[in-house]
Every structure is written in C-alpha cells, then in structure tokens.
Design a protein around this ligand. Structure first.
Ligand code: ADP
Ligand code: MG
Length: 342
C-alpha cells in the first residue's frame, strides 16, 4: 500500500476492507497478508485476465451502488475465464481512491466483491491500494485453470460450424439507457424521484450481471467443447467480428434468430430504440458466443439456454446479417451497415 490518505493506518484499512474473506480453494496456499500470494501449481494450465474500471469511463457512481460495482467488477473478469472454457479460482484487486471516499464506501465495494467471490467460489488472494487525485479506479486480475485439451480460443471456428449464443441479448444496454434517462431528469429537477419500477430485468442485467458459469457447466455436462468462444462484453456484432478475424472465417447470422427477452422488446420501443440494434451493439450482456461442429447440434437443440443464430462461412464470403425481409447487410462493429446492402 502506498500513500493511503485514510484516517485509518495502512494495515487496519486493508484489514478492515478484506476482513471476512475466506480461502475456498485448496490451491490458494497463501492469501492476503504477505508480500505476495502463493498458488499451488498443477498439471492444469493457468489462465490470467485483467479488467480495468475507471470512474467516469466505465461506471457512474451517481446511479451505481458501490456494492453492485464491486460485484460487477468481479463478474466481468470471471466471464473472461469461462469464455476460455476454464474455471476461475483467484482474484487480485487493485484500487486507487480519492479522499472523497470514506472507509465505509470502500467496505461497501468489498461487500459486493465478497458476494461475487462466495457465489463463484473465488479466493481474493491479494491486491494493492493507493490514492488517486480524483475518482475511483478498480483493477482486477483473475486467475483460472483449464485442462490444456479443453481450452477454447477465439481462433478455432471452421466453415459450416453453427454459431450459438447463451441467454438473451440487449437488456444490459437498455438498463443503462434507463439509468441515464433518470439521471438527466434528476439533474434537471432534483425533486423528481427516479422511476425505476417495471424495469427490474434490464436494470438487474446492467447493475448486477452474472458470469456465464451455468452455461459453461451445461456444455461440460453434455460433452460439447466449442470450436471457438468469446464472452459478449462489447456487443454481439463486435464479438462476431473478433471470431471472424481470429478464426480467418466469415459469419452469417439471422435477425429472426437473435434471442431477445420480451421486456427488452417492450422497453426498447418505449425508448425509441430498435431491440435488434440493442442486441447487436449493446454489450455488457456477459453471455457466451461460441461455435460448434454441426454434428453436436442434437446435444443442445432442445435446451432454451442456447440459441443458434447462424453459421460460419468461408472467409471470402464476408460477414453478413440477414434481416427478416431476407436482405443481406454487411456486419460491422456498429451492428450492420444498412447502406451497404448486397
Ligand atoms: P506491499 O507494501 O508489500 O505492497 P501492501 O501493504 O500493499 O503490501 O499489502 C498488504 C497485503 O494486503 C498484501 O497481501 C496485499 O496483497 C493485500 N492488499 C493490499 N491492498 C489490497 C486490496 N485493495 N485488496 C485486497 N488485498 C489487498
Ligand atoms: Mg502493495
């Protein structure tokens, strides 16, 4: 710890925010309290990933409760490990805090971190704490494990593979639009209370997302190792383009196949947004996008958790989004380019 401006001494501050965290995995040999954590190595491969969240860029504390923020900052990291078909085990948490934050607020943040650690069986094994001139920054590194023959990269998709997504898309983005709308109304007139009733699902998807552990487990149970996989953090189209680029193939997806919750349909209309646009570009859904060999189809066809949205084509064909009126539009990171129809 360096230059913490809290009234508490350095040690008691870290002790206070990290008290009650228990080690759950036997491989976590040494956790918080020494110069470094120690993790037992095994025959499995170690996966490492980091996400950096900066106030004002990635989150807005005027509508994000700190406990939710703590929870979500862990989830976004776990999601990356599941997307490699691995199991997350440990996290290391770095925070930079300005003097506007009281110890209580950071304890709230850590309550959320703890909830996520308990739900997903993750050990918090260390971190670092420092001051910032303004705002809050949270940087989490996650460590996970995978058997080397089970790892799934972005680069393995083959021509004729089916493209699958888990859950439903677009809700987290819509939740964010509602929060932004209510913030604007509040800034214009602080006497108006935010109207958040009726938006439960989309708000929960934005403020308290879950990692795709359930889908990872189902895939294991039914014996499917995807040919390629990625988590949907930036939006379906952008992730599809990552798979296309890494795997040197093209993708073709169909508008009528995109899984969208009925509440997303309703609320998008209310906000004058196209629900398909939200699903393609929204991001932060933390669902899995993966490809499977066609012969695996029967293993997941009856499970509503999984939706086949299209298939992989030869690289030379280009990436396309087929609308309900059977028009092919080139898929771009912004969704689809309706001017470039072919
Ligand atoms: P050092 O000076 O060696 O970096 P610190 O005083 O920063 O040690 O940290 C003491 C212990 O507390 C270490 O085990 C470190 O990993 C842990 N730690 C420090 N800050 C955090 C934090 N924000 N969250 C979790 N653990 C932390
Ligand atoms: Mg330190």
């Amino acid at each position: 710890m360096t230059k913490n401006n809290s009234k508490l001494g350095e040690f008691s501050f870290i002790e206070k925010i990290t008290e009650n965290f228990e080690i759950k995995n036997s491989e976590s040999l040494l956790g918080i309290g020494d110069d470094s954590a120690m993790i037992e190595s095994s025959k499995l491969n170690t996966l490492v990933s980091k996400d950096l969240l900066v106030e004002g860029i990635h989150f807005d504390l005027s509508y994000t409760p700190l406990m939710h923020l703590g929870y979500k900052s862990v989830i976004v990291n776990l999601s990356d490990i599941y997307a490699m078909n691995g199991i997350p085990k440990q996290i290391v948490v770095g925070i930079a805090i300005s003097n506007r934050f009281k110890v209580d607020s950071i304890q709230e943040l850590y309550k959320g971190i703890k909830l996520a650690c308990e739900k997903y069986m993750i050990d918090l094994v260390g971190g670092d704490t420092t001051t910032s001139q303004s705002g809050l920054t949270i940087s989490i590194t996650v460590l996970g494990q995978v058997k080397k023959e089970r790892v799934v990269k972005r680069s393995g998709a083959k021509k004729n593979d089916l493209i699958v997504v888990t859950g439903d898309l677009g809700a987290a983005y819509l939740g964010l639009q509602i929060l932004k709308r209510e913030k604007e109304i509040f800034l214009d007139n602080p006497d108006v209370q935010p109207k958040l009733e009726g938006y439960d699902y989309i708000l929960q998807r934005q403020l308290k997302p879950e990692a795709p552990k359930k889908y990872f487990e189902i895939l294991n149970e039914i014996g499917i190792i995807p040919t390629s996989m990625i988590d949907i953090s930036d939006g379906l189209s952008s992730e599809l383009l990552h798979i296309s680029k890494s795997s040197k193939v093209s993708v073709k997806i169909y508008e009528d196949k995109i899984p969208i919750d009925y509440s997303v349909m309703n609320k998008a209309t209310e906000l004058n947004l196209n629900p398909i646009f939200c699903a393609l570009n929204g991001g932060e859904d933390y669902e899995l996008l993966f490809t499977i060999d066609q012969k695996e189809y029967s293993k997941l066809e009856k499970d509503p958790d999984f939706t086949i949205i299209g298939h992989i084509t030869d690289k030379s064909e280009g990436n396309f989004f087929i609308t309900n009126d059977n028009q092919a539009h080139e898929l771009t990171a912004q969704g689809w380019d309706s001017l470039k129809s072919s």
